[in-house]
Design a protein around this ligand. Structure first.
Ligand code: 3HC
Length: 289
């Protein structure tokens, strides 16, 4: 695979684009308009400047990495892509429209993948031109740092598609976990009930925000506590995932914590809005309860 298209220039899409470009491949990056795709590339540049400051990357290398990322205004140039990766908002109707539209230019033999956190691959595959060449490719945030990619074939995915995408993921220097197409796949099926439970613990006033996070950081050696991590992932995304687990399995163990719903309704979505379980507007994050 030499040319990859990434749809969605948010946190995940830009992290994916950076990682692909860092491994010598060309990336076309798109979003709802060219300005957002360009802003996504500018965010990659910011990350690289930070890395240069820490002596992690040379200026020349950063420059050539950036030159391999091309923001584009629409899907037409994706006819050149060997792989199209969708990393748009976690809403099924948005993703399905993307698969149908980008599918119009998908080259013969090229693969279409979704970075969905939890939506069934088999169901979305029906909106792509060829379900045999459709697959789940689930990255973790921050993509350039995290060592894992989940590969999720749907019912109709061809073995050749799984093999090629697995080789691509390994080529990015990541380990691969193969998951069957079950709700939440492997990691989010385990992570989201933990985050949701942490919000129940908070809602029942068993402990405060900082102690819940401290408990998991020091008691489990997790790099971030569950509420800190929820803010990092985005509380809307967390709620979307737990809701998918709940509605697809109808198992009450996946019911969303009422306090999580409340934070999302308040628009307190975590770091991206400046406030979630912590307030990020000051020098250091402070708990919001
Ligand atoms: N590009 C390349 N490298 C980067 C980078 C970037 N954009 N951003 C950070 N790094 C590197 C830094 O250079 C640093 O490298 P070093 O260890 O060699 O010095 C390293 O990453 C750590 O960065 P920082 O020192 O800035 O930050 P921390 O040490 O505080 O670690 C963290 C930050 C890596 C985010 C850590 O807190 C962590 O691992 N948190 C948990 C993250 C996690 O669980 N992610 C998964 C979320 S779930 C998910 O994504 C699935 C979705 O479907 C919901």
């Amino acid at each position: 695979m030499r040319t990859i298209a990434v749809i969605g220039a948010g946190q995940m899409g830009t992290g994916i684009a950076q990682t692909i470009a860092a491994n010598g491949m060309n990336v076309m990056l798109t979003d709802v308009d060219l300005a957002r795709a360009e802003a996504g590339k500018a965010n990659v540049e910011k990350a690289l400047v930070k890395l240069m400051g820490r002596g992690k990357i040379e200026a020349a290398e950063a420059e050539s990495l950036l030159a391999r990322i091309t923001p584009v205004a629409d899907y037409a140039p994706f006819a050149e892509a060997d792989l199209i990766i969708e990393a748009a908002t976690e809403r099924e109707e948005i993703k399905n429209a993307i698969f149908a539209n980008a599918g119009k230019v998908l080259a013969a033999g090229a693969i279409m993948a979704s970075n969905t956190s939890s939506i069934p691959i088999t169901r979305m595959a029906n909106h792509s031109p060829d379900p045999a060449r459709f697959i789940g490719l689930h990255f973790f945030n921050p993509v350039p740092v995290m060592g894992l990619i989940e590969v999720i074939p749907g019912l109709a995915t061809a073995q050749d598609t799984t093999d090629r995408v697995t080789a691509f993921a390994r080529g990015l220097g990541k380990e691969v976990v193969l998951s069957q197409d079950e709700p939440g796949f492997v990691v989010n099926r385990i992570l989201l009930p933990m985050i949701n439970e942490a919000v129940f613990v908070l809602g029942q006033s068993t402990a405060g925000i900082e102690d819940i996070d401290k408990g998991c950081r020091l008691g489990l050696n997790h790099p971030m506590g569950p509420l800190q991590l929820a803010d990092f992932v985005g509380l809307d995304t967390c709620l979307d995932i737990i809701n998918v687990l709940y509605t697809t399995t109808r198992d009450s163990k996946y019911r969303a914590a009422p306090l999580l719903v409340k934070y999302v309704e308040a628009g307190w979505l975590g770091r991206k809005t400046g406030r979630g379980f912590y307030d990020y507007t000051g020098e250091v994050p402070v708990p919001t309860r």
